[in-house]
Design a protein around this ligand. Structure first.
Ligand code: AR6
Length: 175
């Protein structure tokens, strides 16, 4: 099984890439985004600021990804993605969340990397119901991994045991 859940601080994981649940500016924020910027150091903010804007204040539209080095993190790279804000489920939230997971794995492969850790994208400030987010996340990852022979290992990094139980339950009841 190339997927597992853990309860951990994602900034402490020694993997090829950690995923950041960012906002479109990529200039930092609260939650996991704030923790990643604090742990990576100011070079991460400078690298994000250097990424081109596709619209004023937008360096990464919802559902897309951008990659930077990890700087002072144990992880080699940070894949920044922007999850959807939950507006009740009728505003393409599931489709956009699915894209975050798929595009992150695609970017991992493009860079020849193998190990990746995801936080519970959109499950904090952005208000996505965790059980629904977990189902979307795992279906997207399973489908994108397919019969992966590249040895990709996915860690679903939850910040509480309660969140981990939600993701583990979804993992146990998928596929
Ligand atoms: N390690 C792992 N998970 C964490 C950590 C950590 N160090 N810290 C928090 N979490 P959130 P979102 C969990 O709000 O909902 C930011 O301000 C947290 O408990 O970080 O996608 C951005 O700039 C929750 O389960 O991300 C955006 O503006 C999960 O990470 C906005 O928040 C995601 O919570 C993005 O909101």
């Amino acid at each position: 099984m190339p997927m597992k859940t853990v309860t951990a601080d994602i900034t402490e994981l020694r993997v090829d890439a950690i995923v950041n649940a960012a906002n479109p500016s990529l200039l930092g924020g609260g939650g996991v985004d704030g923790a990643i910027h604090r742990a990576a150091g100011p070079a991460l903010l400078a690298a994000c600021r250097a990424l081109p804007e596709s619209a004023p204040g937008v360096r990464c539209p919802t559902g897309e990804v951008r990659i930077t080095p990890g700087f002072a993190l144990p992880a080699r790279y940070v894949i920044h993605t922007v999850g959807p804000v939950w507006h009740g489920g009728g505003h393409d939230e599931a489709l956009l969340l699915e894209r975050c997971y798929r595009h992150s794995l695609q970017r991992l492969r493009e860079h020849g990397l193998r190990t990746i850790a995801f936080p519970a994208i959109s499950c904090g400030v952005y208000g996505y119901p965790p059980a629904q987010a977990a189902t979307v996340a795992i279906a997207a990852l399973r489908d994108e991994l397919g019969d992966d022979l590249g040895g990709i290992e996915v860690t679903l990094c939850c910040f509480s045991d309660a969140m981990r139980e939600v993701f583990q339950h979804a993992l146990d009841h998928s596929g």
